[in-house]
Design a protein around this ligand. Sequence first.
Ligand code: ADP
Ligand code: MG
Length: 357
Amino acid sequence: MITVSNLKKSYGDFDVIKNISTTINKGEIITIIGPSGTGKSTFLRCLNLLERPTSGIVEFEGKNLMDKKTNINEIRKKMGMVFQNFNLFAHMSILDNLCVGQTKLLGISRAEAEKTSFELLKMVGLGEKANAYPDELSGGQKQRVAIARCLSMKPDIMLFDEPTSALDPTMVGEVTSVIKRLAQSGMTMVIVTHEMNFAKNVSTRIIYMDEGGIYEEGPPELIFENPEREKTRAFIKRIKTFFYKITSGNFDFIELTNELGNFCSANALSKSNIDKAQLITEELSVVLIPRDDLRSVSFNFPEDQSNFILTVVYGGENRDVTQKPQSDKLSKSIVIGIASEISHSYSDNENQLIVKW
Ligand code: ADP
Ligand code: MG
């Protein structure tokens, strides 16, 4: 779908991108990771010529974008881009935000555009917000609208530049789950993100950018579990993320709590925080959530250990297992007692429970 050859981008005499050559195939889900300032956004913007490369060639579906004869506006319609800050039209209703591109750029009738818009809003869970204005929505909702608006142009590829970075942590899940669903539908995507669990789950290929280019790339297992080069290793090690995937109700919960404990110890957490993480994990995965519904447990904290976030994903019906009145009062009160905040969301038949302290 896209071929990049010897791409270079400089600002004055500062070479942001020294040399990138790569191919993006239809159906690939590529996540770009790397330290800030390494040119991830610049690379993404060169793909649809929001930035003009200093030299090199970008080809999209066989057309050379650098060729003056290529109609860049036609091509941009096929490459949707979602930004960190949503970029919705503030003075337009949500419905108008979705219709305007379709009617003005694709020449679709208003009635047809509205029909498509309602379908897309429903798909991102915002069917009831068609007449609201961007100001009335939360960050997570705005970003879902931005994604729907992008889809309204029927793109062949979607580019995401840190789509969850401007969001409150409780809203990250609602946006990543929409992107995950797009991935499952076969949409070709390139995503710049710091959400490593998400990257691990959703991507077919990870590109680690550093030193002005693609420093290392490969399937997620290779980059996250076994990176070959020094800087990739150092970057992966800095991320304090524990992730445990559960594939059947017969999973080994002793291994789960053990590995979690090892992870905490390796990262020098205090005894009390290790106990809390293990206790919450145990109450949720052994008592409160039916075994067969469990999908994954992840645990994150920032380098300064100012807060801790334990996330459990489980299937089944829409339910916050810490809320619904039923038995297991003790387990619930243990979790609620430790947490400073609990949030629950449900989409795509998946519950996401986030416990923070
Ligand atoms: P990343 O997305 O990986 O954080 P960027 O692509 O945003 O990195 O930026 C890479 C480098 O290029 C940064 O040092 C940034 O300051 C510089 N840069 C980005 N855009 C411009 C610009 N328009 N003019 C000058 N320097 C820029
Ligand atoms: Mg950036």
